[in-house]
Write a protein that binds this ligand. Structure first.
Ligand SMILES: [Fe+2]
Length: 490
């Protein structure tokens, strides 16, 4: 039994399997702001065992959660796998039991009907609870201090009837609510969706059930003061594909995109759908509304951005069509037509957009993201990342001036998703830091970098060494120490 020698399991993508407690990370350069008091939680797919098949996609690894704790100018590290049902069953068996990504037909008979979630996509704190999330399954609750798994299938005290819960819930800083949804909510490949409001105490206080125009990967969404926004993009799936042994999702360029707008105080009958010709968008930077006009900002590409979810008609993957640029989708709930107006906001090519989360749902000035700067050299002759798709730059877009600020990480490194850290005591938008993991691809090591959020091009203000390689991760969030205080009441 060995991990495959494929790009998904080799080089910087080799499984890590490291669970650790490191009390003090070495400072290589700069200074750690002594007043920062909080934790940067992030999660990476990190397979416990080799796959049943000869290969598997990165998205299907077991969730490994890392916590970087900033306190008194020191940064400590904890890292633990999430004890999902899948993880425990496979640990007991000593080998993989669950098969291909989102295809239960490939599972061992002994785990038929079990929850397949890997909790590998996002880690979010709300109402003192730490949620480890994968969009095909219920949330997993972890102890935010110890990273111990507390509940591998949390259902909000029986209130959540959806089979799934998004990995991209949003916290409304104005109301303290967490907004979330489930798709394939009544079973795999169903068009059923549910929107949930979770009140500041962590209980479900509202749910709205509806159907999307066609089944697809509903990975993220947006919200504004008055609306929630769901983008339907043709990363489609079906039982026929699963029975044929195809990847769960494929890109169907023949289908239009749709934008569903639901008033936050409304019901399913108040929802309105808008449409546009096909394109690709996954993560949402932010959204806001001016009266009945709703703006929704996303990195948008003309064609498929996911080569591992191939074209349904067999068209080859086209990197130029996969180049995403920040674009504003605008609709008016009172319009006579169903069109979506699209306006380019910046020319940077990239993904993983972030904001100062204190401005979520409101009109934000600043957006940060990873950038693929293809004009920069890559000095990695043997690395897969030398494909030109490498996220080699950190970018800031000022939506007020249209100006951008960037920092190139050099020819032998790439970056993981950044997160914004507010400067203690300041409420001004963008006043703070960006925390980001650097993948040092040539050395097979990692570093943790802290930037002044509005001065990226000055380079990191602090560079910390990590004692082992951080496998490429998906998402993470900064959590103030004070936000964990209610955890004691759990
Ligand atoms: Fe995501």
């Amino acid at each position: 039994m060995q991990f495959p020698k494929t790009p998904n399991y080799s080089g910087y993508f080799a499984p890590s399997g490291v669970e650790a407690e490191v009390p003090c990370l070495p400072l290589i350069e700069g200074e750690i702001p002594a007043d920062l008091d909080g934790s940067f939680y992030r999660v990476a797919p990190d397979p416990q065992f080799p796959p049943i098949a000869s290969d598997d996609i990165w998205f299907n690894g077991d969730g490994m959660v890392t916590r970087f704790r900033f306190h008194n100018g020191n940064v400590s590290l904890q890292q633990r796998w999430v004890r999902t049902d899948k993880f425990r069953l496979e640990r007991e068996a000593g080998h993989a039991l669950f098969g291909a990504y989102r295809n239960p037909l490939t599972d061992d008979d002994s785990v038929k009907g079990k929850i397949r979630g890997t909790a590998n996509t996002n880690v979010v704190v709300h109402a003192g609870k730490l949620y480890a999330l994968k969009e095909d399954s219920p949330p997993v609750l972890m102890d935010p201090e110890t990273l111990e798994t507390l509940d591998s299938s949390y259902d909000f005290n029986g209130r959540m009837t959806s089979e799934t819960f998004t990995a991209h819930p949003k916290i409304d800083p104005r109301t303290g609510e967490m907004l979330a949804f489930g798709y394939a909510a009544k079973g795999l490949c169903t068009r059923d969706m549910v929107f949930y409001v979770i009140n500041p105490q962590g209980e479900i206080s509202k749910e709205v059930w509806f159907q999307i125009p066609y089944y697809c990967m509903m990975h993220d969404f947006g919200f504004t003061e008055d609306y929630v926004v769901f983008h339907v993009v043709p990363i489609i799936g079906s039982w026929e594909r699963l029975e044929a042994g195809l990847p769960h999702f494929g890109f169907d360029r023949g289908k239009p995109v749709h934008l569903g707008i639901l008033p936050r105080d409304g019901e399913a009958g108040d929802m309105r759908w808008f449409s546009a010709p096909t394109c690709f968008a996954s993560h949402v930077m932010n959204a806001h509304n001016e009266g009945t006009t709703v703006h929704f900002d996303v990195p948008m590409a003309p064609g498929n951005m996911f080569p591992f979810f191939p074209d349904t008609e067999g068209q080859p993957f086209e990197p130029r069509e996969a180049a995403a640029r920040m674009t504003r989708w605008t609709v008016d709930m009172r319009a006579n037509d169903d069109d979506i107006a699209m306006t380019r906001l910046a020319d940077l090519v990239g993904e993983f957009p972030r904001i100062d989360d204190r401005f979520a749902g409101a009109k934000n000035r600043y957006g940060w993201q990873l950038v693929q700067d293809m004009t920069r050299p890559v000095d990695l002759p043997n690395a897969r990342s030398a494909s030109g798709m490498m996220m080699n730059t950190l970018g800031l877009v000022d939506l007020e001036t249209g100006k951008t600020d960037t920092y190139w990480i050099g020819p032998v490194s790439s970056l993981q998703e950044p997160a914004f850290v507010p400067r203690p005591g300041s409420s001004r938008e963008g006043d703070g830091y960006i925390v980001v993991i650097e993948n040092r691809l040539a050395e097979m090591t990692s570093r943790l970098l802290l930037f002044d959020a509005l001065k990226l091009s000055d380079g990191p203000v602090a560079t910390l060494g990590l004692p082992f390689r951080m496998r490429p991760g998906l998402h993470g969030n900064w959590v103030e120490a004070a936000a964990l205080a209610p955890a004691a009441a759990l």
